[in-house]
Design a protein around this ligand. Structure first.
Ligand SMILES: [Zn+2]
Length: 259
């Protein structure tokens, strides 16, 4: 997928309107293209700021009437005299929708750090989902295939500058299938691959940066995947799977309480 195509699909990508194949293609392009990634970051920060911050006001009677009149006019206009449809960047459309003042306030407040940790987590959640989707799509889920924690752990430790806890969760219904390496948040990370019935769970692990809010488990749900994030024992953990969120939570609990 090239830049042009990616940018055309960016709005639908953010609104989660694309099919899985396109989502993966766009995600892949964004991973490798700084220019499109910057555009994506801008759009997504504006989208999330609007979702979080914007207040809603009913349209005034005169505005509502003007809109109704325009719709009525468009409805009676013959098909071939319709003005050509112009695709504009997302935020131009918002500005046009009369939210110029709101958007200006929002763009200013994006600069505040309040959103930083949340959007940081969102960005990592995206990378985790992309990593998981890529592994599934390319059938490259496992670098070291073994159900033995004593095989997987030394293999990962030899490739990384830390040693992740590799738990045997077979009796809990989550047999270990193996491990692989991935690259998330600008660093190499460990991925433990567990199974649960026909589902695959990827558990991404890397050392805590000390900034993460340890007290809370956060969950995200995107593109039909559930993501669970927690910190423990100096490590950041991100579990991702198409498993339902309750079972994924059970998995996280079992993993966290194993030693
Ligand atoms: Zn590009």
């Amino acid at each position: 997928m090239d830049c042009m195509e990616t940018r055309t699909l960016l709005g639908s990508y953010l609104d989660r309107e694309l099919d899985r194949k396109s989502v993966i293609a766009v995600g892949r392009h964004l991973d490798g293209c700084g220019e499109c990634k910057r555009m994506f970051d801008l759009h997504s920060s504006i989208t999330s700021a609007i979702r979080k911050r914007a207040t809603y006001h009913p349209a005034s009677a005169s505005l509502a009437n003007r809109i109704r009149a325009q719709i009525a006019q468009a409805a009676i206009r013959p098909e071939n005299s319709r003005p050509p449809r112009v695709t504009r960047p997302l935020w131009n459309r918002w500005l046009q929708l009369g939210s110029a003042v709101a958007a200006a306030v929002i763009i200013t407040s994006i600069a505040t750090t309040q959103l930083a940790s949340n959007s940081g987590n969102q960005m990592i959640a995206e990378q985790i989902i992309n990593g998981h989707s890529r592994a599934i799509l390319t059938s490259h889920q496992i670098d070291v295939a073994s159900s033995d924690q004593h095989t997987v752990k030394p293999w990962l430790s030899s490739k990384l500058d830390f040693s992740p806890t590799v738990a045997d969760l077979t009796t809990a219904g989550f047999p270990l299938r193996g491990g692989r390496l991935d690259y998330v948040d600008n660093r190499p990370v460990a991925v433990l691959v567990y199974g649960h019935r026909q589902h695959v769970i990827d558990l991404f692990i890397w050392p805590d940066d000390g900034v993460t809010d340890r007290s809370r488990t956060r969950s995200f749900s995107k593109r039909g995947l559930n993501v669970l994030h927690w910190s423990a024992a100096g490590m950041t953990h991100w579990a991702v799977s198409d498993l339902n969120s309750a079972d994924l939570e059970t998995f996280a609990e079992r993993y966290a309480s194993s030693k």
